[in-house]
Design a protein. Structure first.
Ligand code: ATP
Length: 432
């Protein structure tokens, strides 16, 4: 299914959506000195923290966001509930466009959408007692008499599992353990009776022994209060445990979305497959082959063309006229990438022969495809001789379809969407 029909599908279901993000972008301007920009002749550059994300979260749903560090999870979460302004796109909450809310309307929205922070040590003001800290949002929003507020604070402490609430109310946060502080953070988020909760790495700072009990609180609250929640975490096993659906982010884009169990047990996008395979304890009974992810996540300023995962993808699609085994093609593509970027990764400082360069990249001395062999050996000879080769032929002749244009989102299975050419039902490539 193409992106167009996906949009139609969304608009049909839009009424059930608690939160709907449409083509959401959040870009940050890179903080470069004016002088350096003038000298290097560059215009402003942007960090593509979130790019063209379209997704909806249903009423009562727990949605998880996962992906490597820096891929944009926190920025997407914060933008979704307007803790930071989107660069482009629309945010629809309870059927209403909240993208440009301000003033009292924004304040009312803030009551509905609350956040639980990652760090229970930093996020609480130590000068407040637990009672004062949890009562504050009620005062800010002008809610209730002092007696009504007291009743609400104590009730909320109890909901967050701080019992007896009267005993906790007059403590200072510094006197509490990490798990207790996280429960205080939960109580503060709940006191306004929100309908949407953003929990950013809610358990990552906690001891393993405490994590399970905090996750139980989340699960219980969601069932009892019917909350819709967006959980952000590196930890796929945590998300599998508490979420209905999971979205996987890579370099600002949402590359796969589907039911939590399916994302873990039957990942479709090559990036999700690699991410899942790197977590051995996800499912001890499943003997999963570990997929090694080569290289680092690229810079979010200078994002790769086409599929952003293509420089690292173990399933990179070769050009149609290339006939090489996948592992050999990946090795050739790695060497081509570094030659084109003039950034070969070689051991030692001495000059290398074409044969030595090939060996370092795991490219065989003679490729079985004569066309690729001719293009690559010509480029290597030129590179070694002049160190400044014209590499246009290498660039054009061996360009992968994954490097071109923007990759749409496809329906990869009945329940999973994936932004990968391998899932184009009308395309020549097949997922394997
Ligand atoms: N205020 C900001 N100004 C400039 N760049 C930013 C800002 N906030 C985030 N970024 C950049 O945006 C990208 C996405 O960051 P973000 O924190 O959203 O990722 P993340 O997936 O939540 O990472 P982590 O898991 O490490 O928290 C990164 O490249 C980050 O450096």
């Amino acid at each position: 299914m193409s992106l167009t029909s996906e949009t139609e599908e969304h608009s049909e279901r839009a009424d059930d959506a608690k939160l709907r993000l449409e083509n959401l972008d959040k870009h940050f301007t890179v903080n470069q000195g004016i002088l350096s920009r003038i000298l290097r002749g560059e215009s402003s550059q942007y960090v593509h923290a979130v790019d063209d994300v379209t997704v909806e979260i249903a009423e009562g749903e727990a949605f998880g966001l996962a992906g490597e560090s820096g891929c944009g999870k926190t920025t997407l979460g914060k933008t979704a509930i307007k803790l930071t302004e989107p660069t482009n796109g629309r945010i629809v909450f309870d059927g209403e466009d909240v993208t440009d809310l301000s003033g009292d309307d924004l304040k009312a929205f803030r009551r509905e959408a609350q956040v639980i922070h990652q760090n229970p040590y930093d996020s609480i003001n130590p000068r407040f007692t637990v009672y004062e800290w949890i009562e504050e949002p009620l005062i800010v929003h002008g809610i209730g008499t002092p007696e009504e507020r007291e009743a609400r604070v104590l009730e909320t402490l109890e909901m967050a599992g701080l019992e007896p609430p009267e005993a906790y109310a007059h403590e200072y946060p510094t006197e509490l353990s990490g798990g207790e502080r996280q429960r205080v953070g939960i109580a503060r988020a709940l006191v306004l009776e929100p309908s949407f909760l953003l929990a950013d790495e809610p358990a990552s700072m906690l001891d393993v022994s405490i994590r399970a009990s905090i996750l139980d609180v989340f699960e219980r609250l969601q069932t009892e209060l019917g909350l819709t929640a967006l959980y952000i975490s590196h930890d796929l096993s945590l998300l599998k445990h508490i979420c209905d659906r999971i979205g996987i982010m890579y370099l600002g884009e949402l590359v796969e979305v589907g039911p939590a169990d399916e994302i873990i047990d039957n990942p479709q996008h090559p990036y999700t497959q690699a991410l899942v395979s790197s977590v051995p304890r996800l499912d001890p009974d499943v003997d999963r082959e570990r997929i090694e992810l080569v290289g680092e996540v690229p810079d979010a300023v200078d994002v790769p063309s086409g599929c952003r995962f293509h420089p690292r993808c173990p399933k990179l699609v070769p050009p149609e006229d290339v006939d090489l085994e996948q592992a050999v093609w990946r090795a050739v593509a790695n060497l081509r990438r570094d030659l084109l970027e003039d950034d070969l990764s070689l051991t030692g400082d001495e000059t290398h022969t074409p044969g030595e360069i090939r060996a370092e990249y795991g490219v065989p001395d003679e490729l079985s495809d004569p066309h690729v062999e001719a293009v690559l050996s010509e480029a290597l000879e030129a590179f070694v001789e002049t160190e400044d080769a014209t590499l246009d032929r290498l660039r054009e002749a061996l360009e992968s379809p994954c490097e071109r244009g923007s990759i749409p989102t496809y329906q990869a299975t009945d329940v999973q969407r994936s932004q990968c050419l391998l899932h184009d039902p009308d395309g020549p490539y097949r997922a394997g």
